[in-house]
Design a protein around this ligand. Structure first.
Ligand code: ATP
Ligand code: MG
Length: 258
């Protein structure tokens, strides 16, 4: 049965999508059956998976509001080796349309329920907000993976996110937990980044992933080629780090299942 993970951080541009796309491809390389859900109207995870976001007949938007079915919306990222529920800017309308629907925060959970046996891991790329879309992701997830840059303001935003996750855990989804914090775009030459990284090790010893994703230009170049970084340049430092991260996550999943 699939484990469902949201990659979330309400801060923008912190590496959520890069983490989703590369983790999905790295897990696929490790023979995991993966579904990636693009829950962001920006559609970056869709494009980064090599799928034209405006060429998709069906996307996650009509799926969420009940206008299409799962099989019609699902596409295959041949390059990445995983399945994808794509998104484009139509999805912004879901914020409004969902409000009047029944079980509005549980729509994604309900529609994924019949497909959990088809995958080992389901990853959800959340938008940079604590919106109804993100809430849908958090309501169906077993856990949250929080990518963060080691900067001063990163810690400030973290407490808002942790409080929201606590509330959702208490009121809507008792299985939800923080799986881990992932340090991304890390540059060891910057003293402040080293300091924040050490602080994280001190405050969150159990929640911090050992793997650190370095700042690596190959990861930033890959989306313009419609490829996950781990496929675009498998020998790059960034690709190696995401493959390590996939292995670390698989180990954590095994511990979760015990
Ligand atoms: P948003 O909040 O807008 O959805 P995001 O959190 O999904 O953003 P990304 O789109 O993954 O963030 O990354 C932001 C930018 O940083 C992108 O241009 C991406 O290519 C670049 N980037 C992400 N990770 C790395 C990395 N490890 N090294 C270099 N560049 C990176
Ligand atoms: Mg993104």
């Amino acid at each position: 049965m699939a484990k469902i993970f949201c990659v979330a951080n309400q801060k923008g541009g912190v590496g959520k999508t890069t983490t989703c796309v590369n983790l999905a491809a790295a897990l696929a390389l490790a023979r995991q059956r993966v579904l990636l859900i693009d829950l962001d109207p920006q559609g970056n995870a869709t494009m980064g998976s090599g799928i034209d976001k405006y060429g998709c007949a069906k996307t996650v938007y009509p799926l969420l509001v009940g206008h299409t079915d799962f099989a019609s919306a699902r596409v295959r990222s041949e390059e990445g080796g995983y399945d994808l529920l794509p998104a484009n800017r139509e999805l912004a309308g879901a914020e409004i349309d969902l409000v009047s629907l029944e079980r509005r925060e549980k729509r994604l959970r309900d529609l994924l329920a019949p497909h959990l046996e088809d995958y080992d891991v389901i990853l959800i790329d959340c938008p940079p907000s604590l919106s109804l879309l993100t809430l849908n992701g958090l309501c169906c997830a077993h856990g949250v993976i929080i990518p963060m840059q080691c900067e001063y303001y990163a810690l400030e935003g973290l407490s808002d996110l942790v409080n929201s996750i606590r509330k959702i855990h208490a009121q809507l989804n008792p299985q939800l937990q923080i799986i881990g914090l992932l340090r991304v775009m890390f540059d060891p030459r910057i003293t402040l980044q080293q300091q924040v990284s050490s602080q994280l090790e001190e405050y969150f010893p159990d929640k911090l992933f050992d793997t650190i994703i370095p700042r690596n230009v190959r990861l930033a170049e890959a989306p313009s080629h419609g490829l996950p970084g781990v496929i675009f340049d498998g020998a790059s430092k960034g690709a190696r780090a995401y493959r390590d991260f996939a292995r670390e996550l698989i180990q954590r999943i095994k511990r979760l299942s015990r």
